[in-house]
Design a protein around this ligand. Structure first.
Ligand SMILES: Cc1ncc(COP(=O)(O)O)c(C=O)c1O
Length: 375
């Protein structure tokens, strides 16, 4: 459903000439010096042939350096870092490596679309714990109640797509305590780690007792605005990395050779680059949230990511899917219905997601169009 709705909405954006705030990719490329590094790598013959299975050493060292610089975490670049084809491959390889058929995987819905597919591919059972409007906090009692003797792991995505919820240190500590108590693994998808507007990003792997039971996943796509390069990585204990690597070997073996050199350089950019990401996006978030509220949406301002979830109840009884199908024709804007990210058909029925990783003039154009909507 998710894949088809993205395809349907992207096609509608083209045929109706709409402003596309559906899919989450920036409309400007990342730093020119990073693009230049990729071009140089290709022309100098670096990475044009198969790179090493775990990723080039330069990138593994840079990932380890990033984890040290931002979180004070130490990883051995040789045995505890693995480069993947985006976070998407890391998620797939980790789930396929760590789940046996029949194992239960607890994930917070609404989910990023690959989670349900990969849990199913691994023969696992997904067990949803629902994040509910207006604040989308994890319900820790529901989480505890969801654990059974068959539970193998908890899949955490913080900062969370599509709700923009950033789990607090206290919430993550409670999840970590539960994982330790019930001997569970945790996978944390942290691709929005540098896009936090309220609070802080806490890697659950940094919490007591979690170093050897967490697979931490991130990628260059969001942080450096090169989503097409698909360079991601895993940081975890040597044992967990070895398990993920064994699956990755037969998914893609390796990918993105020259881009790995460029991302190795990107990860070493000054602190100001990384802090600047949130500063830039905070302004865009405020612009879009303010405008959507003025246009009549109930807005749930996100603490992180580059998505905002809204409720469309003020516009009538139709659900989010119907609303999004009509919106390109009515207003010339494309958005995504959150219902496709939920198992629970009611929870996200009236929610619609907009992306704000676009130039301010594009966001303003979308808002001018939405202002004409009838309530
Ligand atoms: C939560 C989440 N995880 C993973 C990804 C995919 O990351 P990548 O492009 O590095 O595969 C996305 C992209 O939208 C995402 O939102």
């Amino acid at each position: 459903m998710v894949t088809t709705i993205f395809a349907e909405m992207s096609a509608l954006a083209v045929t109706t000439g709409s402003v596309n705030l559906g899919q989450g990719f920036p409309d400007t490329d990342g730093p020119p010096e990073v693009a230049q590094a990729a071009a140089d790598a290709i022309l100098r013959g670096r990475g044009n042939q198969y790179p090493p299975l775990p990723g080039i050493p330069e990138l593994r060292h840079a990932v380890a350096g990033h984890q040290r610089r931002w979180y004070g975490l130490e990883f051995d670049p040789d045995s505890e870092v693995l480069v993947t084809a985006g976070a998407t491959e890391a998620i797939a390889a980790a789930l396929l490596a760590l789940i046996e058929p029949g194992d239960e995987v607890i994930a917070f819905e609404p989910y990023y679309d690959s989670y349900a597919a990969c849990i199913a591919l691994a023969g696992g059972q997904r067990v949803p714990v629902t994040l509910r409007a207006p604040d989308f906090r994890p319900d820790l009692d529901a989480l505890r109640a969801a654990v059974t003797p068959r539970t193998r792991l908890i899949l955490v995505n913080s900062p969370h797509n599509p709700t923009g919820s950033v789990f607090t240190r206290a919430e993550l500590t409670a999840i970590a305590e539960l994982a330790r108590e019930r001997d569970l693994l945790v996978i944390q998808d942290e691709v929005y780690e540098h896009m936090v507007y309220t609070g802080e990003h806490v890697p659950i792997i940094s919490l007591p007792g979690m170093r050897d039971r967490t697979v931490s996943i991130s990628s260059a796509g969001k942080t450096f605005s090169f989503t097409g390069w698909k360079v991601g990585w895993v940081t975890a204990s040597a044992e967990l990395v070895a398990a993920v690597r064994a699956v990755k070997q037969f998914l893609t073996f390796v990918s993105a050779g020259p881009f790995q050199y460029a991302v190795a350089e990107a990860l070493q950019m000054p602190d100001a680059y990384f802090t600047g990401i949130s500063e830039d996006l905070r302004g865009k978030r405020d612009l879009l949230c303010g405008g959507l509220a003025q246009a009549g949406f109930t807005v749930y301002p996100p603490d992180g990511t580059y998505f905002v979830t809204t409720d469309i109840s003020p516009f009538g009884d139709g659900d989010g899917v119907e609303f999004c199908r009509n919106l390109p024709h009515q207003a010339g804007v494309v958005a995504i219905p959150n219902a496709v990210f939920y198992d629970d058909p009611e929870a996200g029925r009236m929610q619609v997601r907009f992306a704000f990783c676009k130039r301010p003039e594009v966001l303003q154009d979308a808002l001018n169009r939405l202002d004409k909507l009838q309530r």
